[in-house]
Design a protein around this ligand. Structure first.
Ligand code: NAD
Ligand code: 0WE
Length: 261
């Protein structure tokens, strides 16, 4: 008997089999959840459809989260298909490439707005659109990164957006708490996904990360999946508004420890 047997889950942000959303989808499926999938646009359809089939998902819907209409439409379709939702995963982030290199002070007004809209507001918008169909005990999850708390070179505008996303997680948790709905964020260490590979200097920071982390290992999409299972399960019944680190302990370190064993 799985931990999530009979729960209805909808996952936003699946691009390919490297996506954190895929690690989470597989883990939710393994624990017995019914899966719905939403992806950004036409270009991803041929990648996403076969993955959806692997987890028996017959709810596979396109939704560009820059559009209130598309968010409302996917919530309507989810209501018709599932009735009620127990788990909603937001695994979406985007900034223009210009905003992820050089000086943070060069961030443009348009670039600031875009990153905040896609990476932060979309979580709030999805929470509102799905609110009428969230079952008591439901769990909302988003994905964040430590660049929200401390400066990570080049992460720049995304660090500011993730800080706002983590604050939004707390405000949503306060709003939804009385309805028995929990809202949490998973803060993952660097993972080689589509979003990460487009980043200059990622290889070096990926290796440095493992050297700095207490466990001396990078994290995987499977680790994120297992954390998502816990946070979405009744074992986390009174955990809300939290930033839950899946980072081999990286965030606890102040100074690098050169010991190997
Ligand atoms: P990914 O590229 O696989 O996923 C990002 C997703 O965002 C894609 O599916 C993309 O289609 C979607 N997206 C972008 N703009 C969208 C829009 N307008 N409408 C709908 N969807 C849109 O990369 P990932 O690393 O799995 O990223 C998932 C989440 O994890 C992001 O929030 C990212 O910031 C976060 N995160 C990533 C890492 C890492 O190192 N990879 C670490 C911590 C947190
Ligand atoms: O949140 C992320 C990825 C964010 C991201 C990445 C891209 C690359 C391609 C958002 N938007 C875009 N837009 C693009 O055009 N991560 C946590 C991974 C990541 O991204 C970095 C990192 C890390 C880690 C960017 C700079 C420095 C470190």
């Amino acid at each position: 008997m799985g931990l999530l047997e009979g729960k209805n889950a909808i996952v936003f942000g699946l691009a390919n089999d490297k996506s954190i959303a895929w690690g989470i989808t597989q883990a939710l499926h393994r624990e017995g959840a019914n899966i719905g999938i939403s992806y950004a646009g036409d270009m991803l359809e041929k990648r996403v459809k076969p993955l959806a089939a692997q987890v028996g998902a017959d709810f596979v819907e396109q939704c560009n989260v820059d559009s209130d209409e598309q968010i409302a439409a996917v919530a309507e379709k989810a209501k018709a298909h599932f009735g009620e939702i127990d788990i909603l995963v937001h695994s979406i982030g985007f900034a223009n490439k210009d905003e992820l290199q050089g000086y943070f002070y060069n961030t443009s007004r348009a670039g600031f707005h875009l990153a905040m809209d896609i990476s932060v507001y979309s979580f709030v918008g999805l929470a509102r659109a799905f609110e009428p169909i969230l079952r008591r005990g439901a769990s909302l999850l988003t994905l964040t990164y430590y660049g929200s708390v401390k400066v990570a070179p080049n992460y720049n505008m995304m660090g500011v957006a993730k800080a706002a996303l983590e604050a939004s997680t707390r405000y949503l948790a306060a709003d939804f708490g009385p309805r028995g709905v929990r809202v949490n964020a998973i803060s993952a260490g660097p993972i080689r996904t589509l979003a990460a590979m487009g980043v200059s200097g990622f290889r070096d920071m990926y290796k440095n990360y493992a050297d700095m982390a207490p466990m001396r290992e990078n994290v995987t999409i499977e680790d994120c999946g297992n954390a998502a299972v816990f946070l979405s399960s009744d074992w986390a019944a009174h955990t809300t508004g939290e930033v839950f680190y899946v980072d081999s302990g990286y965030n606890i370190m102040g100074v690098m420890d050169p010991r190997k064993e």
